[in-house]
Design a protein around this ligand. Structure first.
Ligand code: SF4
Ligand code: SF4
Length: 214
């Protein structure tokens, strides 16, 4: 398959990714080419929940390691991951360098196509330079910035860095159920953020509130 083979172009990789449940989020040149991968908004969740990793601890990371690792091997690339450190791979720097992610008024990076829902599952590090798209403009240009006022307790706003304890405290209240079941209201308020399954958002929020809090 040309899209999975050594010598694949950026467009080949972008076309192949959704079949795996992934989407190409951008790329940059660094010791070859780093191609950034995240969950495909439509395909990731049904593919993950049907995968052998589902139902055991850390299904998202283990699925990512298997799927992206196998793809990297197919095309002669090295798989890089945002988990499993230290040392940690520089995904935030790569995201900015790709020209597809931009600073947002509330702090987290915003992606031109995935808005504040952007997340990274891994990267393909190709040993060669391939042609990559030009940087894109920030989706924040001309936006009325509903992200700055969407959090009921101002934990994520343009006033200060992300107040993680305030966020967790709100999630412990009955009113926090809206975030726990449907996803962070700030990330959902961004017009660049695509809709995604509520179950996917609930899984992410449960991990954030129960596991990352520890
Ligand atoms: S809501 Fe608007 S200003 Fe805020 S991150 Fe999204 S595009 Fe940028
Ligand atoms: S999850 Fe809810 S409480 Fe936490 S930052 Fe988002 S909107 Fe605010």
């Amino acid at each position: 398959m040309a899209d999975a083979a050594v010598g694949a172009t950026y467009d080949d990789l972008a076309a192949h990714a959704p079949g795996l449940g992934l989407t190409v989020l951008g790329a940059l040149h660094e010791d070859g080419t780093v191609v950034l991968l995240g969950p495909d908004p439509d395909r990731f969740w049904p593919i993950l929940t049907a995968a052998p990793e589902w139902g055991a601890p850390d299904p998202v990371d283990r699925w990512s390691a298997r799927v992206i690792g196998a793809w990297a091997t197919e095309i002669g690339a090295t798989a890089r991951f945002p988990f499993g450190g230290p040392p940690w791979e520089p995904f935030l720097r790569w995201a900015t360098a790709s020209g597809r992610c931009h600073p947002s008024p509330v702090g987290p990076l915003v992606h031109d196509a995935l808005g504040l829902m952007v997340s990274f599952r891994g990267a393909l590090h190709l040993p060669r330079r391939i042609a990559i798209p030009a940087p894109s403009p920030s989706p924040c240009r001309g936006c009325t910035a509903p992200c700055t006022t969407a959090c009921p307790v101002g934990a994520l706003s343009d006033a200060h860095p992300y107040d993680v304890p305030a966020c967790h405290a709100f999630l412990d209240t009955p009113a926090g159920e809206a975030c726990l079941s449907g996803g962070c209201l700030v990330r959902r308020a961004c017009p660049a953020s695509p809709a995604r399954p509520a179950a996917q958002s609930a899984h992410h929020m449960a991990h954030f509130h129960q596991v990352e809090r520890q």
